[in-house]
Write a protein that binds this ligand. Structure first.
Ligand SMILES: NC(=O)c1ccc[n+]([C@@H]2O[C@H](COP(=O)([O-])OP(=O)(O)OC[C@H]3O[C@@H](n4cnc5c(N)ncnc54)[C@H](OP(=O)(O)O)[C@@H]3O)[C@@H](O)[C@H]2O)c1
Length: 270
């Protein structure tokens, strides 16, 4: 097999896209988990930006378990401006990860709650000299050239600072950029039985012409007592051959009484 082809399960050869190449390089970069909570109609917030809370308490417990399983939680500045999240582990026993805000133009409010001093590392990725001074102890990571905010460069900057398990917690702009770049290893999507009718879509990527080109990750499905459904998708295994719609991967449905995530188990899995 040469470098530009990838042998898939059907023994067909297809060109390897940059997305597939990035997925194959996951040993060299931080392990990336992405999470999203959305409505039945795929919205992550109302048209006014209200997103607290689309999902129920089980989804919040799961989110906190995910936080406890990583070295750093990453959000875009849009999420900090809209939600002012704490980004700590509070709902379960566990250690809070470092908090990272991607803020190219320095528009984040220095009084944002995620910058509160609590002994946990706080980092802000910015263009050189952008924005107001940040509270003492917040590490400013200056990103130099125009391509510095590509997800691969962001991961490299985090790796250089000792952060090797990352949770991309949103919002849609940040998460979609990582997905499109092929830099998400695991995607956790909570779907709640609520219909918003309009509002932000959570996940987007380059349009595909045919369903055969769609990402079809292997998924574990977990149904919670409050009606929320978790799709835990393994994107490392999402490269599917043409015609794969005829042989869908059966989702693994777990017992609703058994929580699928134990922080330690997750850590070991990565
Ligand atoms: N339901 C959920 O799970 C969930 C989770 C999180 C957020 N949300 C909702 O999402 C909405 C916010 O959405 P959003 O898309 O604005 O949020 P976002 O992804 O948190 O922030 C986007 C901004 O972050 C910066 N950024 C992030 N990644 C970048 C990259 N790779 N390159 C360059 N800049 C990058 C850019 O800032 P500049 O524009 O300043 O360059 C960009 O406009 C809010 O309504 C929030 O409530 C929902």
């Amino acid at each position: 097999m040469d470098d530009t082809t990838l042998r898939l399960r059907s023994h067909k050869r297809v060109s390897e896209s940059p997305v597939q190449a990035n997925l194959r390089r996951s040993d060299d970069r931080p392990y990336v988990i992405a999470q999203l909570g959305q409505s039945l109609d795929g919205r992550i917030a109302t048209t006014s930006g209200d997103s607290k809370y689309i999902n129920g308490p089980h989804a919040l417990d799961h989110l906190h378990a995910l936080r406890a399983s990583v070295d750093a939680v990453v959000v875009g500045v849009g999420t900090v401006c809209a939600d002012d999240p704490l980004l700590t582990v509070r709902r379960i026993a566990g250690v809070s990860p470092a908090r990272v805000v991607i803020d190219p133009s320095g528009r984040v409010d220095p009084k944002a709650r995620c910058f509160a001093e609590d002994g946990i590392r706080r980092l802000v990725l910015r263009r050189m000299a952008a924005g107001a001074p940040l509270p003492t102890g917040v590490e400013v990571v200056p990103m130099a050239d125009p391509s510095a905010f590509e997800p691969s460069s962001i991961l490299e900057a985090l790796k250089q600072r000792g952060l090797s398990r990352i949770l991309v917690e949103g919002g849609p702009t940040t998460l979609s950029a990582f997905l499109e770049a092929g830099l998400v290893d695991e995607l956790h999507v909570f779907v709640s039985p609520v219909i918003l009718g309009a509002g932000r879509i959570g996940l987007s990527r380059k349009a595909c012409d045919t369903l055969a080109q769609a990402l079809r990750p292997k998924a574990q499905v977990h149904v919670f007592a409050d009606g929320d459904v978790l799709f835990r998708c393994d994107l490392k295994d999402s490269v599917r051959e043409e015609g794969s719609r005829d042989q869908p991967l059966p989702p693994e449905v777990r017992n609703p009484d058994e929580h699928p995530l134990q922080p330690r188990a997750l850590r070991a899995a990565g």
